[in-house]
Design a protein around this ligand. Structure first.
Ligand code: FEO
Ligand code: CA
Ligand code: CA
Ligand code: CA
Length: 710
């Protein structure tokens, strides 16, 4: 069940051809090619030449044992319980409020949170996560889990006193704000498998720690030290505090965690003229999402801990106030999960509403690549290509002590950021976001943005505007990505876009000067295109692409379209055993021999599917499906049974965050914002009566201890 913390305003007003329009043209062309009306809907959705991505089946080689999913797909469910296939168990682990050390008490239903308790306990609203081995030999039995805590449920947090104080208007009490700040961010916690296969967290482990929305962090890369980020707290523009609204995640080959700042603009207010990037990203007037800025001036306030959420200029210059504080957010943040060192915001990877960050195929002697999506209607897909070439000697050595963040600086502070253009014929182009890049109208990007000729920091601050000027393709809300390490193919979920319109739709908006202008792109107006082919797209889709070797070109196609059974737009032919909508989480679970399982998680609010089932986790072996000639997507044309529903979450939740032990016997997923769950340690037990809802990790294992999925 989707929770509305996104920003649905029209923020992208560039005139770029939206993905939906590219897709529609593609469809029309295919219609003509196929000459059949029955195929029209499918044709409009196909992204490719007739053959699809080449080389898919061959990649696995001839000797392999074919991988196949051995569980029975489960039916939909709408209960206060997790449902898994027969033969599997689901255990509740580290729910919100679990103490990480002796400075926080054990959880109880009437526990009254304080800033100190929350800072020493698991945060709220579990999201992206990754497991970091402590040594290779025990990696499947013991590891540090790094996990995002995206946002909060004030009703659950403040349940003992009946809710938050002055939630909607008036001054928020300082300690409530500190507690809420500490419920956000990242939790690091050591987990181990005990007797009987039960998992537990290691109380008082030296690895247990929190990074919150108050923790000091460094800025690195092009923006660090620039005029754009000077504040009263950091006059030289090298530091900031906190990371916020951390949604999906990533990790690096050198053993660090990446946490990604998504819907952070809503935490700031700016009651003054807003700059171009404020407007584009949605930093607004009025009151912040939780009103944290209203605690400013409290007698207990230290170091402007609340004032910094108000970006209204009040001083003589930027170093006298927090006008630039929002410019210290919107980044990929690197954390060394082993040491607790100061986290670093890697600004070279762009500034937007980062959903997550996924490393591409790793090749010795070639650049390191990271993919990232901007989750907002009609925003873009990006990739970063490092200047430094990958040295396998830099690969993570669990248990060894060395400076992993220095490796982060090596590979993530210098490189080129690109944005994607999807073409109607199934090809695409990565467009560089550098000051000297040539925009569609023949100017340099720096000139078009009004920046100095070498101002890469300015390009990063204005990443989205730069992408507009280069002609990127607006997408249906890019969420998670996943990479097949054998082929380098990248999968990405496009969750939905309820306001995507038919091709040819034009609309107007009133600009800040009061002029009525034509809106080329935007949530109210964006027409369909090849990669985003459906108007009022509630089902969403998963796309995939494959890079051309040694060039900025790529091939793309639609992997599967979400839909409800009976939908006219159920072009992938989904059934009761796999219908879904709004794909969000995604994980490529590599099983060797060029084969793997693609796991798809949902964050759905589309009634056609919510009437049948809560949010869910599905599985498919991509090597076992290929796009039939004339089909619009890879899943379809008779192979639908290959996509199987594996788990369903409790009422009200979204299913997110996913990782597995290296031996593939334990899968960890997150249940975010459940309505009335969990009832105890067994995730599959349905809640009786009502409980104080807690987001939680769930460990899924086979009763016989075997390998998940097969
Ligand atoms: Fe936090 Fe895009 O979901
Ligand atoms: Ca979410
Ligand atoms: Ca998400
Ligand atoms: Ca979502």
């Amino acid at each position: 069940m989707s929770k509305e913390i996104e920003d649905h305003r029209l923020l992208n007003r560039s005139a770029n051809e939206p993905f939906s329009s590219v897709l529609e043209k593609h469809v029309s062309r295919r219609r003509v090619m196929q000459g059949g009306l029955g195929m029209a809907a499918m044709a409009m959705l196909g992204g490719f030449g007739l053959s699809g991505l080449s080389g898919r089946a061959e990649a696995a080689g001839a000797e392999k044992t074919p991988l196949s999913l051995a569980f029975d797909a489960i039916r939909g469910s709408r209960t206060d319980a997790v449902v898994v296939p027969d033969g599997y168990t689901a255990q509740v682990l580290i729910p919100w409020g679990t103490p990480l050390n002796g400075q926080a008490p054990d959880w109880r239903e009437d526990l009254a949170f304080t800033p100190e308790i929350q800072a020493n306990s698991v945060g709220m609203h579990h999201d992206g996560m990754h497991n970091f081995a402590l040594d290779e030999s025990s990696a499947s039995r013991r590891f540090v889990l790094a996990m995002n805590n995206e946002y909060i449920d004030q009703a659950a947090l403040w349940a003992p006193k009946g809710g938050a104080t002055n939630a909607e208007e008036g001054k928020r009490p300082a300690d409530e704000v500190r507690t809420e700040i500490n419920a956000h961010g990242v939790t690091l916690v050591e987990l181990e498998k005990g007797d009987g296969g039960r998992w537990r967290h290691v109380a008082d482990s030296a690895y247990n720690r929190r990074y919150t929305s108050a923790t000091e962090m460094a800025l690195s890369g092009p923006v660090a030290g620039s005029d754009y980020v000077r504040t009263r707290y950091s006059p030289d523009g090298t530091l900031t505090r906190g990371t916020n609204n951390n949604c999906a995640n990533g990790y690096t080959p050198w053993g660090t965690y990446l946490t990604c700042e998504e819907n952070w603009p809503g935490y700031f207010v700016k009651n003054a003229e807003r700059q171009r990037d404020d407007q584009r990203l949605g930093v607004s007037e009025g009151r912040g999402r939780y009103g944290w800025e209203t605690a400013a001036g409290d007698a207990s306030e230290r170091n402007d801990e609340f004032a910094r959420f108000n970006a209204t200029p009040t001083g003589a210059s930027a170093v006298d106030d927090y006008r630039n504080e929002p410019r210290t957010f919107g980044y990929i943040v690197e954390i060394d999960p082993y040491t607790g060192e100061r986290a670093v915001k890697r600004t070279a990877l762009g500034r937007f509403r980062h959903e997550g960050c996924w490393p591409g195929k790793l090749v010795a002697g070639e650049p390191v690549v990271f993919y990232s999506g901007h989750d907002a209607r009609n925003e873009y897909i990006y990739k970063f290509v490092s200047e430094a070439l990958w040295d396998p000697a830099d690969a993570n050595r669990p248990g060894a002590s060395y400076d992993r963040l220095a490796l982060g600086a090596k590979y993530m502070d210098a490189g080129t950021l690109y944005v994607a253009r999807f073409e109607a014929d199934g090809r695409g182009e990565w467009l560089p976001l550098t000051p000297g890049a040539e925009t569609r109208d023949g100017r340099t990007l720096a000139e078009a943005l009004g920046l100095a000729a070498d101002d890469q920091a300015g390009v990063i601050i204005h990443t989205c505007d730069a992408a507009d000027l280069m002609g990127a393709t607006p997408m249906d809300r890019p969420e998670w990505g996943a990479v097949d390490p054998a082929t380098g193919e990248v999968y990405m979920t496009l969750t939905n876009n309820s306001q995507r319109t038919e091709e040819g739709t034009a609309a107007t908006y009133t600009n800040d000067g009061g002029d009525i202008q034509e809106a080329g792109v935007g949530y109210a107006t964006a027409p369909t295109n090849a990669a985003n082919p459906r108007a009022e797209n509630e089902g969403g889709q998963v796309i995939r692409w494959r890079e051309d070797a040694g060039s900025t070109r790529f091939d793309w196609e639609v992997f599967v379209f979400g839909a409800a059974v009976g939908d006219a737009e159920n072009v992938s032919g989904l059934t009761e055993l796999n219908q879904f909508a709004s794909p969000d989480g995604l994980h490529y679970d590599d099983r060797g021999d060029g084969q793997g399982i693609l796991w798809i998680q949902t964050d759905n609010g589309y009634a056609g599917v919510t009437e049948y089932t809560n949010d869910q986790l599905l599985a498919v072996v991509p090597q076992n499906v290929s796009r039939a000639e004339g089909d619009a997507s890879v899943v379809g044309g008779g192979n639908q049974a290959q996509l199987k529903r594996f788990a369903v979450g409790p009422n009200g939740c979204e299913v997110t965050g996913i990782c597995l032990t290296p031996d593939k016997t334990a899968m960890f997923i997150n249940i975010q914002h459940p309505g009335n769950w969990p009832a105890g340690d067994d995730a599959t037990v349905e809640t009786r009566g009502s409980v104080r809802a807690r987001a939680s990790t769930v460990v899924i294992q086979r009763e016989d201890g075997g390998i998940i999925g097969v």
